[in-house]
Ligand binder design. Structure first.
Ligand code: GDP
Ligand code: GDP
Length: 462
């Protein structure tokens, strides 16, 4: 049973550092300057045998106006509301500041479970601050050093009993077990086939160039102002994820400004951001490549779409800002033509036009995503595959390198997400590209799998 933990606290106290340590891979951005971590970001955390979702928040600020700081505070309050447990972090070296007191007050009112952590707790410089932390009225502070990994045992001891309480309650509410998904892209003969479960949210990444409208689209899907959009340049600096229900589908959605061109934003942040975009693709099941209708299929768009295909994701191309297109029919024809020419590896993948701003076409986008996801999960029975294979071989025999014809003995589907097939044959190394392509295109057409990446593996019997 898992729970959600939100890490809250002033900027620069070490929230992202702890988040990174818990998540174990660098999903959040750490930097010395305050306010770098501006949005909510989510990761799957591990702490000994505990597994939970952790949310890293923007800094808690006292400002309540509509400045960036004010909005950050509102975001944080929302994170608190989303979380089962709040980890309130102060900087033990700085001691308790007036801002800490204000937000301790908010947390006492707003959150059922608050765990207090005095970070930067390594060394004697932190002694006074740790003692002072008791004055916040949130119980015994955990002395942490997020940077050095100290105090995690104590964190565990405080989280454990709370987590146990959730587990008992969840067991009463839903006694069935959770099924985990096989994320592995490699063919594994022993891996059981795992049905996609309704319980796991569908993981969607929205990728595209700066200003394509990613944040606008995600806000529209979320139905609230959870992401910061606004005049500040480079505001969505790295990949963040949010969970929501969209037209009845549980999704976890990734936003990334990773394709942001170098310039404007500082170089260091920029480099981190690009890899964040790639990480979002790796993490996602479904990748929505969002294009700007005015400048579609630019180099960057093609690169990310190709990457998503090679990573084996279900890909949907969405053309945004359709509201400002005049000659929609001609434009659509031209788009389809470019799509086919520039991204042949995605032939048959959905192309949808949307307006993130007005919300038009979002229902179609949802349907396209559902269909692509289903296709991506396609399972073809072995008997049907082998009947099909016999027909394919009869219509068009495999190559005969050096006079010896390759024999295709039988085939089976080894995996889904994306569909992967194994053909048992003689001389697998001699199989030609073109014959493999013939089989893949045949599978696509005959088993109704448009647009999804299909993997075909040739194996010999022994
Ligand atoms: P956030 O803005 O609250 O998320 O803080 P960050 O995680 O970005 O950390 C701010 C700064 O504090 C960074 O320079 C970190 O390296 C540093 N920091 C984080 N945790 C510790 C710690 O346990 N000890 C010390 N000495 N520095 C830390
Ligand atoms: P991001 O950089 O990809 O996250 O792009 P934003 O969501 O910040 O949007 C960039 C700009 O395009 C903003 O000024 C949006 O208001 C505008 N925009 C986004 N979607 C649409 C749309 O569907 N139609 C129109 N006309 N403008 C849009």
């Amino acid at each position: 049973m898992s729970f959600t933990l939100a890490i809250v606290g002033r900027p620069n106290v070490g929230k992202s550092t702890l988040f990174n340590r818990l998540v174990g891979k660098r999903l959040a951005l750490v930097d010395d300057q305050p306010g770098v971590t501006r949005d909510l970001r989510e990761g799957e955390a591990r702490l000994a045998d505990l597994r939970f979702t952790v949310i890293d928040t923007a800094g808690l600020e006292e400002a309540t106006d509509e400045s960036l700081q004010g909005r950050m505070r509102r975001l944080t309050e929302r994170a608190v509301d989303m979380a089962d447990i709040c980890l309130f972090m102060i900087d033990a070296r700085a001691g308790v500041t007036p801002a800490d007191q204000v937000f301790a007050e908010i947390l006492r009112k707003r959150s059922a479970h608050v765990v207090l952590a005095a970070n930067k707790g390594e060394g004697s410089a932190a002694d006074a601050g740790v003692i002072e932390a008791y004055s916040l009225g949130l119980g015994e502070p955990i002395r942490l050093s997020a940077e050095h990994g100290e105090g995690l045992n104590d964190l565990y001891s405080q989280l454990m009993p709370i987590a146990d309480g959730f587990a008992e309650r969840a067991q009463e509410l839903a006694p069935d077990v959770d099924v985990s998904l096989d994320e592995d892209d490699e063919w594994d003969e022993d891996a059981p086939f795992v049905m996609p479960t309704a319980k796991k949210p569908m993981q969607i990444a929205v990728v595209g160039r700066p200003n394509a409208g990613k944040s606008t689209l995600i806000n529209m899907i979320l139905g609230e102002d959870r992401l910061l959009t606004g005049p500040e340049a480079g505001i969505t600096r790295d990949a963040i994820s949010l969970r929501t229900e969209w037209l009845g589908t549980h999704i976890r959605i990734f936003d990334t400004a990773g394709m942001r061109k170098k310039a404007k934003v500082q170089d260091k942040l920029e480099k981190l951001s690009v890899s964040d975009g790639l990480r979002a693709v790796k993490f996602a099941e479904v990748v929505v490549v969002l294009l700007d209708a005015a400048i579609p299929f630019e180099q960057q768009d093609l690169r990310i779409a190709d990457l998503a295909e090679r990573e084996g994701r279900a890909v949907i191309v969405a053309v945004n800002k359709w509201d400002i297109e005049d000659d929609k029919q001609d434009k659509l024809r031209a788009l389809r033509e470019s799509f086919e020419r520039l991204l042949p590896q995605l032939r048959g993948a959905p192309l949808v036009t949307v307006s993130a701003k007005t919300g038009r076409g979002l229902d179609r986008l949802h349907d396209a995503i559902m269909r692509a996801y289903e296709t991506w999960n396609t399972r073809v029975p072995t008997a049907a595959l082998n009947r099909w294979l016999a027909g394919m071989v009869e219509a068009h025999p495999p190559p005969a390198p050096a006079g010896k014809r390759i024999k295709l003995r039988y085939m089976t589907q080894a995996k889904t997400r994306p569909p992967g097939f194994v053909v048992m044959c003689s001389l697998p190394d001699k199989m030609s590209e073109s014959y493999s392509r013939y089989l893949v295109n045949g599978l696509r057409a005959d088993f109704n799998m448009p647009g999804t990446p299909i993997r075909l593996y040739m194996r010999s019997q022994n």
